[in-house]
Design a protein around this ligand. Structure first.
Ligand code: F6R
Length: 243
């Protein structure tokens, strides 16, 4: 595992956007796994700036969601499908056919999970998976004590994550869906390159446990230690509890 400490979130975004740009220059139709939430926004902004400046042609890129809420009405602005369309697909000028995600409104959720794992595999696997990290060490929505070998499946969000995500729902915890479909930790580990970005002091404990603690299901992100090509990009605040 490689750990890169950058001064701030903007620098982290630029560093990762450059890694994505290099990948797309080498493999224009690379499959990029994207996370939602606040952390990856500087990456998407820096990538969009490269496309708009004519430094990068991302038009053949393919995008894969990491997770999705279960039970939000189709088209809800906080569904992860709508979020990825708004923050990644549209700014990069990609068509709606260029991205895939789990179906959070499927009647048969289990079948939808298996179908998503199969779709990722038949798309050739994720080339670069961008990850954020929860204050409790989750990746995707693999909450603490998730199996390190897990596949895409339905998970219940912890009270902590519901509280953390309420800011996207007018601060109202009652509006935050309780369930999500998330790529499993085993699924995430199949990506060729994992890039985890963590910014801000609130992530410092989770980062220290991920990077310097034992590989353990109580800290799902610690599974990155087992991946042959994992990069953890942290700003100084998120790095503040590293030894
Ligand atoms: C979102 C996701 C989550 C977030 C994590 C951090 O698709 O997979 O693991 O990355 O909850 O969220 P932020 O970045 O909002 O602090």
């Amino acid at each position: 595992m490689e750990v890169v400490i950058v001064p701030d979130a903007k620098a982290g975004g630029e560093l990762i956007a450059e890694a994505v740009a290099q990948l797309l220059r080498r493999k224009p139709d690379a499959l990029l796994g994207v996370a939602t939430g606040s952390t990856p926004l500087p990456v998407y902004e820096a990538l969009t700036a490269k496309v708009r400046a004519g430094e990068l042609d991302a038009s053949a890129a393919r995008i894969a969601q990491l997770d999705e809420y279960v039970g939000l009405p189709a088209g809800h602005p906080e569904s992860y499908r709508a979020t990825v369309l708004r923050e990644v697909v549209e700014p990069l000028g990609l068509g709606p056919g260029s991205f895939m995600g789990p179906d959070g409104s499927a009647e048969d959720v289990q079948a939808a999970c298996a179908a998503y794992d199969a779709a990722l595999a038949s798309a050739g696997g994720v080339d670069l998976q961008l990850l954020g990290i929860g204050t409790d060490g989750h990746i995707g929505f693999n909450e603490p004590c998730s199996s390190l070998a897990s596949r895409t499946r339905i998970k219940t969000l912890t009270e902590q994550t519901i509280k953390d995500n309420a800011r996207f729902f007018d601060g109202d915890v009652g509006q935050v869906p309780r369930h999500v479909i998330t790529q499993g930790i085993g699924t995430i580990l199949e990506a060729r390159h994992l890039v985890l970005l963590a910014t801000g002091e609130g992530k410092a404990d989770a980062v220290a446990a991920t990077v310097e603690g034992p590989v353990a299901a109580v800290v799902p992100a610690s599974a990155l230690q087992r991946h042959p090509h994992a990069t953890v990009v942290v700003d100084e605040a998120a790095a503040s509890k590293l030894k």
